[in-house]
Design a protein around this ligand. Sequence first.
Ligand SMILES: Nc1ncnc2c1ncn2[C@@H]1O[C@H](COP(=O)(O)OP(=O)(O)OP(=O)(O)O)[C@@H](O)[C@H]1O
Ligand SMILES: [Mg+2]
Length: 407
Amino acid sequence: MKKARSLPASRPAPEDDLAKLKTRLAEAEETIRAIRSGEVDVVVVNAKKGVQLFTLEGAGHAYRVLIESMNEGALTLTTDKVILYANQSFARMIKCPLEQVTGSSFRRFLSRADGSALRALMKQAATTGSKMQVLLMAGDGSQLPVQISVRELTNDDSGRVTIGMVVTDLTEARRTEELLRALANRVVQVQEAERGRVALELHDNITQLLCAVLFSSQALADKLSASNGPAKKEAIKLRQMLGATAEEVERISRRLRPSALEHLGLAAVLRDTATQFSVRTGVTVKLDCGSLIARLPADTELALFRILQEALKNVEEHARARHVTVSLGRQGAFVEMVINDDGVGFNSSQHAARRKGQGVLGLLGMQERAAHVGGVLTVKSGRRVGTEVLVRIPVAPETDLPTAVSA
Ligand SMILES: Nc1ncnc2c1ncn2[C@@H]1O[C@H](COP(=O)(O)OP(=O)(O)OP(=O)(O)O)[C@@H](O)[C@H]1O
Ligand SMILES: [Mg+2]
């Protein structure tokens, strides 16, 4: 604010006043000429504090060319979100003539929910600069996914605060994301089909062959008389080894594609998986499927089974745990499975860094499995506090299938 000044002892000559007035008049005429010729943009804003005039002369020619030729939308806004300046890219993006964009409120391009999110974002803009993804309502009624990035700009001369905004069209990025997701889904489907094929061949061919050899070795052992002691012993040993091999092949076949999942349901298969894991590793597994009384869609059951398999594999390989608890049940419109171990845990941020370098796929695969059926998987872990894997998959009540055969 300007302070009132006392008059100097000697008044300047009237010619000095006249000269000053002439200079100011010339400046005003020059400004009007620049506005008319488009060298300077001016926006008159009816702000809360009264009418305000914003001129946008600051950007030199080079900056202007850069901003006009960039693919992203570039805007400056008042803190009340009135658009002072927008480049042609933004007008094209939003399918609205530039003259209708400038001077209007940015809120008109946002849904109510995105409008409130933007308000919160603008508050941070002063300190950090911030980004968010929103859907813009274009002039033709279509919706456009974009990322907006805002930063507070202060004019050094006037001290007036404006907001600089860059708007990036995410349509192409979203399409690529969808393609990748579809590809990941396809990989899961192909992997399941292949596992099913191998499981069937193991069961139908190898197990049958092994059983035939097993019976022959049994017959051989029976035929050998006691006088052929060592040979008979060998034949009995051979029969036992063949029996163990047939069981192992059957186990691998079941792990590859548990046909019991279709016949007996998820609870029974999870129980079987948990028991086998306990027997093999010595880690106790407490499984609670109490509140799951109805069958789930086949792909949801398969996803939950594969996630448990992968989580138990991680417990075996990394956790050094003594106990694992698994609980599975309905929570409203979701089916939820939580797997906890009391092992050494791990630092998830370090894991993220490692993942970039080495591409370990277990946790990522589990997340993809959950996403494949519309769910979300989160992992909480910390050094010496164990690990929790939580998966939530939406299940509409009407998708309930008949009650599972009890395990
Ligand atoms: N239950 C767990 N307890 C301790 N550490 C774990 C546990 N689960 C995962 N981790 C840590 O997270 C890392 C990533 O796990 P992830 O399953 O993604 O890959 P991986 O097991 O190393 O390899 P892959 O599963 O591809 O064979 C592991 O290397 C391990 O350090
Ligand atoms: Mg793993």
